[in-house]
Design a protein around this ligand. Structure first.
Ligand SMILES: [Zn+2]
Length: 109
C-alpha cells in the first residue's frame, strides 16, 4: 500500500517517546516497533491492504497515547487499538483512545 508521501517502500513515518523515555517508531504499513526497529511482542506486520488500513488507523491512535504509556504497555496498546479499529469502524479515534487507556487501567478523567 502506498503511503500519502508517494513512496511505496515501507518506511518510518513518525516516532514518539514513551513516559519512561523509550523510542517507539511508526511505519508506513502501520507497524509499530521499539528502539532499533525491534518488534513489540505480539505486534506483527499487516498481511493485506485491509489490515494495513486498520493497523495505520490503530497506529495513529496509539501515537497520541504513547506519552502516557510506559514502554512495556505499548504492545498491549497496539493490539487493543487494532482490535477496536476492526470491531467498531464507526467509533471516533478519541473513543478508541480512551478505551485503549481504560484497557491498560490508566485514569482518563
Ligand atoms: Zn511515506
Amino acid at each position: 500500500m502506498q503511503c500519502s508521501c508517494g513512496c511505496s517502500e515501507v518506511h518510518e513515518v513518525a516516532w514518539r517517546r514513551t513516559a519512561d523515555n523509550k523510542r517507539v517508531t511508526f511505519w508506513s504499513d502501520g507497524l509499530v516497533t521499539g528502539p532499533f526497529g525491534f518488534n513489540l511482542r505480539g505486534v506483527g506486520s499487516a498481511k493485506s491492504a485491509w489490515s494495513t488500513k486498520r493497523d495505520l488507523r490503530a497506529a495513529w491512535i496509539v501515537a497520541d497515547l504513547v506519552g502516557f504509556l510506559d514502554f512495556s504497555e505499548v504492545g498491549a496498546a497496539v493490539k487493543t487499538a487494532r482490535k477496536l479499529c476492526e470491531k467498531s469502524g464507526w467509533t471516533t479515534k478519541a473513543a478508541i483512545g480512551r478505551a485503549v487507556l481504560d484497557s491498560l487501567d490508566k485514569r482518563t478523567e
